[in-house]
Write a protein that binds this ligand. Structure first.
Ligand code: AMP
Length: 380
């Protein structure tokens, strides 16, 4: 499931990340049938633009051997079965976008059976969809004798699992992003597991309001004020540090377009925010506070930007946190999504211990939830 623009792959990280498992299966003499979804398929036109053909082409180059594309709007049909029957050991074929079948996202039995009918062993290496129960990751796994996870999935489980269950301490978790409501269970679960929980981004202002501070026009979720109070009390009773912004970068009005570089900013201490301004990034004192906490950590998990990082004027906090993670000797784990994109854009990708390939999946993992895609494997 790679991003495409005009039929060209714009980011091939997920293809590259899947290569070790594919190469292992080829080297062991497997007949390798690859399947994946690509984007959202809602209309018939989507079937023109969301084909996996460009992926077959690029995978052929990356593997140095032919990846035969067997396009079928049914994904599995008689022509596909014939192509599978004709495979020799070490051959690789790629099926069409699994979401061309309407049952895929409903985990419908007919498509799961079709997939299971053409394979002996199911290998799931799609961590990005592990939080969903679809035919191509959960349904098919229940219909074959052997369902295992691949190396990429294993790496994700090892890094995220160790961080949450068995971290080298001090363990610092950093959460940012827009809303508290999206991260309720992550905040609560990580508070129990980590030594220090750092909150930034839009969600910090609901915490600051819960402390009784004026937050001006900043993003707030009034229905979660009591929840934030509870979390602050929980941190206190568990003896955990909960770090909130001590200063904040504020603007008059939210930028439109979001990346408008001409906006004027002012920095205020967190307890002195004016009523007519909006907080859109952490301030310099907060950057120092958060960077110091990362310096002495041995394990750091980060999910979510510290501000409206799409705007270059409001990206300093997110950049500084990325730089602090790149600098530390700690095991650093980036939980997918915006923070992964920020780290890669800044060129710090190779400095992190692990950048998750799944945004939603890594968040659910950090919540302590069992992921259906992982649970479905009978040998992890
Ligand atoms: P999420 O999808 O929850 O990870 O949130 C990412 C989004 O949060 C980005 O689009 C940011 O622009 C936005 N965001 C971060 N900080 C703020 C803030 N202080 N005010 C408004 N939006 C924010």
């Amino acid at each position: 499931n790679v991003p495409l623009k005009n039929g060209e792959i714009t980011d091939e990280n997920r293809l590259v990340a899947a290569l070790p498992t594919i190469k292992k299966l080829i080297a062991d003499g497997g007949k390798v049938i690859l399947c994946s979804h690509l984007g959202k398929v809602k209309t018939e036109e989507d079937k023109q633009t969301k084909t996996l053909a460009p992926v077959a082409k690029r995978l052929t180059e990356l593997l140095g051997q032919e990846v035969k594309f067997v396009p079928s709007l049914e994904v599995v049909d008689d022509t596909v079965k014939a192509a599978v029957d004709a495979m020799k050991d070490g051959d690789v074929i790629l099926l069409e976008n699994t979401r061309f079948r309407a049952e895929e996202t409903k985990n419908g039995e007919a498509f799961s059976k079709d997939l299971a009918s053409i394979c002996d062993v199911f290998v799931n290496d799609a961590f990005g969809t592990a939080h969903r129960a679809h035919c191509s990751n959960v349904g098919v796994a229940g219909l074959v004798d052997t369902a295992v996870v691949g190396y990429l999935m294993q790496k994700e489980i090892d890094f995220l699992g160790n961080a949450v269950e068995n971290p080298v301490r001090p363990f610092v978790a950093i959460l940012g992003g827009a809303k508290v409501a999206d991260k309720l269970n992550v905040i609560s679960n990580l508070l129990e597991k980590c030594d220090t929980l750092i909150i930034g981004g839009g969600m910090a202002y609901t915490f600051l309001k819960a402390k009784g501070y004026e937050i001006g026009k900043s993003l707030v979720d009034d229905s979660k004020i009591d929840y934030c109070k509870e979390m602050m009390a929980k941190a206190e009773s568990l003896g955990k540090k909960l770090l909130l912004p001590v200063d904040t970068v504020m603007i008059e009005d939210f930028p439109n377009p979001i990346d408008d570089p001409s906006i004027k900013t002012e920095v205020f201490d967190a307890d002195k925010m004016p009523a007519d301004k909006e907080g859109c990034d952490i301030g310099p004192k907060t950057i120092e506070l958060y960077s110091d906490a990362v310096k002495t950590a041995k394990t750091v998990v980060w999910n979510g930007p510290m501000g409206v990082f799409e705007n270059p004027v409001l990206a300093a906090g997110t950049k500084a946190v990325a730089a602090a993670l790149a600098d530390t000797d700690a095991t650093t784990i980036i939980g997918g999504g915006d923070s992964a994109a920020a780290v890669n854009q800044l060129g710090y990708g190779s400095k992190m211990s692990h950048i998750s390939t799944g945004g939603g999946a890594s968040l659910e993992f950090l919540e302590g939830k069992e992921l259906p895609g992982v649970a479905a494997a009978n040998d992890k």
